[in-house]
Design a binder for this molecule. Structure first.
Ligand SMILES: [Zn+2]
Length: 946
């Protein structure tokens, strides 16, 4: 059965107070193809308790009550006795809140002054118990379920005297674990932990003895409606609350209570600790696989490099990390997801049965293929040709198709796949679905087809949307954006930064957006870009409703079109103080609470009051110190975006393999100094090369049921022939597992076959045997760089070096970019071990090197040498920014340069305007005319000539 889905419980953090750290030895990839043992800090301990837990609620109430500070009009303190304290707590246990007026009444005092928070908002009650009491109101037989009595026992704690360092031992009372058997806790726990209605009903009957007729008569509905997961999690574990509660009950304040049980009172270190903490000069980069998430590691390492550079240059005392808001799904959302999972599992079973009926074994990929085929209406989604069940299952003429090609967006999820015939799949190539359909001129029938499928609810809305995407519609930072939005990554970032930065604090995305607009930064980028887009013909005149004047607007503008929107947000975050965040958050949560019922006049008044408070707060926030719009605009106009060019072609690594010795033992051999190509080796399929009957042949591993080419192993070849015969003669079901041994222990899943496809010729070796011969390959067709030379006749010539050629050069110790053709040629000819294939690609020795271009290198286009020199001298960044381009791609006589502020490469048409989105250079004379000059923009955005 599908486990009921719980919102994001796996993301729940450890209790700050009870968590422990231990260094464990773990095996890790050493980045060179081997394994190594490394020490890794592992944190463990109890997780924080849900905010809705009755234990948490009680603790929170005591904290708040102990925190009340009251003064009489004459300025003398009005202490609250233990007895009064108990009364207040009892009141809060059974009502949603206690207003300041009610508090004064309860204390029998008319003229009291309290802190702002207490006097304005009052105190919040036990919302869990109150909600349950409301549900059980008419069922007096269940009122005992609202009871919770806590037992205590004595525990010894070690206390360290902060001044003397002396350790003393003390006995304190702590709540025993028996609270989990208390009726209120059990009731809450059932509602909190069980997602499914029927399971919840069963638990209420069997565990709490509720009557079926009561539940079915409406009580279950009421209980089920309570969502105890949504409020999220507190900052401490139940274990810690058990220690804290008895101290709070004695009237100790929060920090005294923490100290009493041997903890420091707050997560935030004391100011002394902050100033005395020893900081690392340089924050170390994350090791490969340290977080087990390569993309997250990559993003965080970019951050570490940047912060280290900033630190070295300017010194950095404080870093603020913008936190994503916590993901809180409502019960409805969680249920929908659980339902979908369950539906999917059931669908899987159904489809598996159908496939079995056809005499085939239902592998995972076959099931998926079948579902895509059914979903697409048993036809090729692109040309509409119908596909038979048999064709689908045999894999002869139906292929699983990526709607957005892998080369554009690596998304291997079900949502990005559909069913297509072999021909369409082949011709579509690296285009999105709609691009292909448009080129084929089949848009009308295609649109009808996918619209029908959507109407019949066969395909999802999001898939339908993808099917209508052109390349430019794809969000350019799709994956990265999703990752950035998780709290996980911001928490990691904070922990990493703390190693080298004195103060690391958090800010919040929602607050940034609010302040950005309040401070008037929202329009800066549009204003900076307006003239540029206007010159490209991408503006329109729009008039606001009821206004006669028209305004010039960039068509389809979004701040995400300009990389610098991150810089503006960073400036907002830098000016944000913790107190703004607190005030905004507090008002928002109060606002949300009172906003529910609008029918009565009182509520309307209340809302008007709150709206008023909002505008007061906004006025206050607008007056907080921040940079003027002019300052921000000027600084932003000087920003140069830096890219990271020059991925290394190869690194030295190790290769580990098993070998049989002469006496038949198997030994592990380690081969050092192996060249491992780096770069875009995304192609997953690995090829190998073996020597067969005196000639080298390329082999590849295929799944058993999708073999292509001759099987390499003769014994297996025989076995498979036999197996296939049994299938044809119906002795065996198609797709039945094949075993190597009679005991049926070793299943054959994939088989190595000889490959005949010519595309393999383009494969790049990534593993070499002990004699340095390549044994494993991957495919890659990318160009590594372009080099330009001048012939003795003064003519410009290009030399395109593919990734494959670059690896070859690295192997023979030849420089990848040849800047001195004569020297290289002389050395190479002396050696005599360089194969013809490498020699052939070297530039003639009488050529003179002019320049080289590699993707992501930066160039200045369209400035004369003097203009460029002058701009660099006076640090004219605004001017330089208008001419700065990035090498996007190079192939023979076709060089693309993309404007450095562009976040998208989708537009490959519009090169007009004062500052075009991109330059495309298609001849060497054009290249010379534009005076393209290579520059370097470092991590901090400083530019220099290369
Ligand atoms: Zn087709």
């Amino acid at each position: 059965m599908q486990r009921p889905l719980k919102s994001c419980k796996h993301l729940v953090s450890l209790c700050e107070f009870e968590k422990q750290e231990k260094v464990m030895r773990v095996q890790q990839d050493d980045g060179k193809g081997g394994r190594q043992l490394v020490g890794r800090k592992v944190k463990f301990g109890p997780k924080v308790a849900p905010k809705s837990s009755p234990l948490f609620q009680l603790c929170r109430i005591y904290e708040a009550v102990n925190n009340i500070r009251l003064t009489r009009p004459d300025g003398s303190p009005r202490d609250i006795t233990l007895e009064e304290r108990a009364k207040i707590v009892a009141h809060l246990q059974s009502s949603a809140s206690l207003s300041f007026a009610a508090l004064k009444k309860l204390l029998k005092e008319k003229a009291l002054i309290a802190d702002q928070l207490t006097s304005k908002s009052g105190l919040k009650g036990n919302s869990t118990r109150v909600a349950l009491a409301a549900a059980l109101q008419t069922y007096s037989q269940y009122h005992h379920l609202l009871d919770m009595e806590l037992e205590t026992r004595m525990m010894t704690v070690q206390l360290t005297d902060e001044e003397t360092g002396e350790v003393t031992v003390r006995e304190v009372a702590v709540v025993t674990d028996s609270y989990v058997h208390q009726p209120l806790y059990r009731l809450w726990h059932i509602l909190y932990s069980i997602e499914e209605r029927d399971a919840m009903r069963r638990a209420l009957i069997t565990q709490l003895g509720m009557k079926e007729e009561d539940l079915d008569g409406g009580l279950l509905d009421q209980l089920y409606r309570l969502d105890f997961v949504k409020p999220g999690y507190g900052n401490k574990s139940a274990k810690f609350i058990c220690k804290l509660l008895p101290q709070l009950q004695q009237g100790l304040g929060y920090s005294e209570a923490c100290t009493a049980v041997g903890y420091r009172h707050s997560n935030s270190p004391t100011s002394e600790e902050i100033t005395e903490r020893i900081l690392l000069e340089k924050i170390p980069l994350l090791q490969r696989n340290e977080l087990r998430q390569p993309l997250v590691e990559k993003i965080l390492n970019q951050m570490i490099n940047l912060v280290n550079a900033l630190k070295a240059e300017y010194g950095v005392d404080e870093v603020r990390v913008e936190l994503a808001r916590e993901l809180k799904m409502s019960r409805e959302e969680r249920e929908r997801m659980a339902r979908n999972n369950k539906d999917r599992e059931e669908r899987n079973k159904e489809v598996a049965a159908k496939i079995r009926e056809c005499g085939l074994y239902p592998t995972k990929s076959r099931i998926r293929k079948y579902m895509l085929w059914e979903e697409a209406g048993r036809q090729c989604l692109y040309c509409g040709r119908s596909i038979e069940e048999e064709q689908c299952l045999n894999g002869d003429d139906m292929e699983v198709e990526h709607i957005i090609p892998k080369s554009v967006l690596y998304d291997d999820s079900y949502g990005n796949k559909t069913c297509a015939c072999h021909e369409c799949n082949q011709t579509k190539g690296n285009r999105t679905a709609l691009e292909y359909i448009r080129a084929e001129g089949r848009e009308a029938e295609y649109m009808k087809r996918i619209n029908d499928l959507l109407k019949e609810k066969k395909i999802s809305y999001s898939k339908h949307q993808r099917l209508r995407w052109l390349k430019e519609d794809i969000p350019s930072d799709f994956l990265e954006r999703q990752l950035r939005l998780t709290q996980y990554i911001s928490r990691q970032a904070m922990a990493i930064l703390q190693q080298g930065i004195r103060r690391v604090s958090a800010s919040e995305g929602g607050v940034t957006a609010r302040l950005r607009s309040l401070w008037g930064y929202g329009k800066i980028l549009h204003t900076l870009n307006l003239d540029r887009y206007d010159s490209m013909g991408e503006t329109e005149r729009v008039s606001r409703e009821g206004e006669a004047t028209e305004e010039l607007h960039i068509t389809n503008w979004s701040k995400r079109m300009d990389h610098r929107h991150h810089a503006i947000d960073a400036l907002v975050v830098a000016c944000t103080r913790q107190s703004y965040i607190q005030r905004l958050n507090r008002l928002s949560s109060e606002f949300g609470r009172g906003n529910k019922k609008m029918e009565d006049l009182e509520a309307q008044e209340q809302q008007a009051k709150e709206t008023g408070r909002f505008s007061n707060l906004e006025r206050w926030l607008t007056q907080r110190p921040h940079f003027s719009v002019r300052t921000v605009s000027d600084k932003v106009a000087e920003i140069l975006i830096s890219y990271r060019p020059g991925k290394r072609v190869v690194t030295r690594g190790r290769n580990i393999y098993r070998k049989k010795t002469a006496d038949g033992r198997e030994v592990t051999c380690v081969q050092r100094g192996v060249l491992v190509p780096r770069g875009e080796l995304m192609e997953a399929s690995l090829y190998g090369k073996i020597l067969s009957q005196g000639r080298e042949r390329i082999v590849k591993r295929y799944p058993l049921h999708d073999l292509k080419g001759e099987v390499v192993d003769p014994r297996l070849r025989e076995l498979i022939a036999e197996y296939n015969q049994e299938i044809t003669s119906k002795v065996k079901a198609k797709g039945a597992p094949l075993y190597l041994d009679a005991a049926e222990k070793q299943e054959v899943r994939s088989v190595r076959c000889y490959v005949t496809q010519p595309s393999v010729a383009k494969a790049i070796p990534i593993r070499f045997d002990e004699r340095g011969r390549a044994i494993t390959f991957v495919k890659s067709g990318n160009n590594h760089h372009l080099a330009l030379y001048r012939t003795p006749q003064g003519k410009l010539e290009e030399s395109i070096v593919t990734f494959w050629d670059a690896v070859d050069r690295a192997r023979y110790g030849i420089p990848l970019v040849i800047t001195h053709p004569r020297e290289v040629m002389e050395q190479v000819l002396q050696r005599g071990d360089i194969p013809e294939s490498v020699l052939r690609l070297l530039p003639p020795s009488d050529w003179v090197f002019v320049d080289s271009l590699q993707p992501d290198e930066m160039v200045i286009i369209g400035l004369s040498d003097e203009e460029l020199q002058q701009a660099l001298e006076v640090q004219g960044y605004r001017k330089l920014s208008e001419h700065l381009y990035r090498v996007q791609k190079v192939s023979s006589r076709d060089y693309w340069f993309r404007y450095h502020l562009e976040t998208s490469v989708a537009d490959d048409k519009n090169t007009s305007g004062r500052i075009p989105k991109f330059h495309r250079v298609r001849s060497l004379s054009d290249y010379e005319k534009r005076n393209i000059r290579k520059v370097r923009v470092d991590l901090l955005g400083r530019i220099s000539l290369l």
